[in-house]
Design a protein around this ligand. Structure first.
Ligand SMILES: [Ca+2]
Ligand SMILES: [Ca+2]
Length: 189
C-alpha cells in the first residue's frame, strides 16, 4: 500500500462522496429527526440564527424559554452546564396554532413526522437546528425557527452503514478519509 500521504489528493476527491454516503457522521449535512447530544462536560450556549415563517413560535428546553422567533438574529442564551452524552430535547411552541413539536424522532410528535433538521457540520462542535412549525409538515421548508448550539453533535444512533457495493467502490479512499479526519481533528477532542 502507498503511504497515506500519497492518498491525500485522491481522498480529498472522495470527501464529497463521503458527505453523501455517510449522512450520520461528523461531516454530515442536515439530518431530519436527528438527536442533539452534548459533546463534552461543560457549557452549552444557544444562538438564534433566524426565522422565515408567518407564525410566531418559541423554543424551550424543559420549562426554560430560550428564544422567540421575532427576536433579533445573533441573540445568545446560556443553557448552563451539562455532562457529555446528555441528549437535549427541544420543544417548539407555535403561538398562532397552539401546536407543540419536538426535536428528535418523528415518534416524539403528534403528527408522526420529524419537525427538526440537525446539522452538526455547522461549525466546530456546533449543531444547527432548524424547525418546521406546521402540523403534518406543511410546506416542509424547515426554516421556521433556526438555532445553533455550542458543544453539541448529532446523535450517534444516526450513523448509517454504506451499501456493500459502495465499500468496494471507495475501498482505499475510506482509509485515506479516516487519516484525513484524524489529521484535521481538533486537539480538544
Ligand atoms: Ca418557512
Ligand atoms: Ca414551514
Amino acid at each position: 500500500m502507498k503511504p497515506l500521504t500519497h492518498l491525500k489528493g485522491f481522498t480529498l476527491a472522495l470527501i464529497g462522496c463521503g458527505i453523501f454516503l455517510f449522512p450520520g457522521n461528523s461531516m454530515a449535512a442536515s439530518i431530519l429527526g436527528g438527536n442533539i447530544i452534548v459533546q463534552h462536560d461543560g457549557n452549552v450556549t444557544a444562538t438564534f440564527q433566524g426565522s422565515n415563517a408567518g407564525y410566531t413560535s418559541s423554543l424551550y428546553l424543559g420549562n426554560t424559554k430560550i428564544f422567540t422567533s421575532n427576536q433579533a438574529s445573533g441573540s445568545t442564551f446560556n443553557l448552563g452546564n451539562f455532562t457529555a452524552g446528555t441528549q437535549l430535547n427541544f420543544r417548539l411552541e407555535v403561538h398562532n396554532t397552539g401546536n407543540t413539536f419536538f426535536s428528535g424522532s418523528a415518534a416524539n410528535n403528534i403528527d408522526g413526522i420529524a419537525h427538526a433538521f440537525i446539522d452538526d457540520s455547522f461549525g466546530n462542535n456546533e449543531t444547527l437546528v432548524s424547525f418546521e412549525d406546521l402540523l403534518g409538515g406543511g410546506d416542509k421548508d424547515y426554516n421556521d425557527l433556526i438555532f445553533s448550539f455550542s458543544n453539541t453533535k448529532a446523535g450517534e444512533n444516526l450513523v448509517q452503514n454504506p451499501e456493500p457495493s459502495t465499500v468496494i467502490l471507495l475501498g482505499s479512499g475510506i482509509i485515506g478519509l479516516a487519516a484525513w479526519r484524524l489529521r484535521n481533528k481538533p486537539s480538544v477532542q
